[in-house]
Design a protein around this ligand. Sequence first.
Ligand code: GLA
Length: 381
Amino acid sequence: METLNKDYFEDFETELTVFSPGRINLIGEHTDYNDGFVLPTAIDKKISLSFKKNNTAETCNIYSKNFDAFLQFQLSKIEPSTTEWENYILGVIHEFQKRNAPITGFDCVIHSELPIGAGISSSAALECGTAIGVNSLFNLQFSSEDLITFSRDAEHNFVGTKCGVMDQFAVVMSEKDHLLLLDCKTLAYELIPFNFSPYKLLLINTNISHNLASSEYNKRREECELGVKIIQQNYPEVTSLRDVNLDMLNSLKPDLDETIYRRCKYVISENNRVKQTVKNLKESNLNLVGELMYASHEGLRNSYDVSCPELDFLVDFSKSYELILGARMMGGGFGGCTIHLIHQDFINEYTEIVSAAYQKQFGINATVIEVNPCQGSYIKI
Ligand code: GLA
């Protein structure tokens, strides 16, 4: 096969296109891999992936418009790559192959409007878009839940981040104007209406992505698992932090390393905050929702240690403005975005104020992104 170039993708006759969105999370951070609760949704910014079969037995050709980069691989020789974006695709194909799915050669052109490293899961959007596209192109009949699992496992096995299921679930299952209250243990979910005009959700991207993110992420997961092991010695019925309450944890404080105690305390408190947030949303108590967002950030900053000065600055800065009800860092941490619950009439003015202040403090431009809860991935033929 000749070396891939743009000419190959000229006159691309698409058989199907998958639109796969990014996601936000109102509250419930680092709870998913602890069998806990999260409150994410997909947003109106997405990746598009156009697919067609290419009539070869096993040659696949991918073009990423954003990177202006090509990936060619043989289905019989799939292994992890040193180029990160390639692993999101290769990892998903590998999961299909583990189930002996009958895939043959295909071509795919990818275009993304999602910033990378912003904590809005461009990676899950790419994984799920690949999974949904390949499933449909070859009529494989896997369920949405299967495709979510393949996408999550691709991240574990090919990328190396031992993530939970929140991102992939939100990317696939979200509905317009709703948040998704997901029980990450059972995968049962409830759609929570979210349309609180004049209040809107605003992201502010620090445009910082500290490279500790992946190693520290896996470390947090291990710390939580260690906490569970110790708790189980006194409470054998406990299988995850989801089964633990603060009284139980406090009764064991002398047995727990101080760091492990703080990690567990944060996760237990955050699960409670998700439930309280849903209750307050149902009662339209947006002020209380905002307070819970600030409390979530406090926990992520001081107990879970996954924030950074840029995120803290953006959250602290918003506290002086009454027209902002709440703010917190969003996603894995160590950079990426903050999410703000803000009055829509204040968005333009605040964008100017906060951009100038952030630039002055760090010498970096922040990017402000207005987001609306949207439907999850869909296919257009
Ligand atoms: C990343 C992971 C998710 C979740 C969040 C933190 O986005 O991919 O599974 O753990 O961090 O809430």
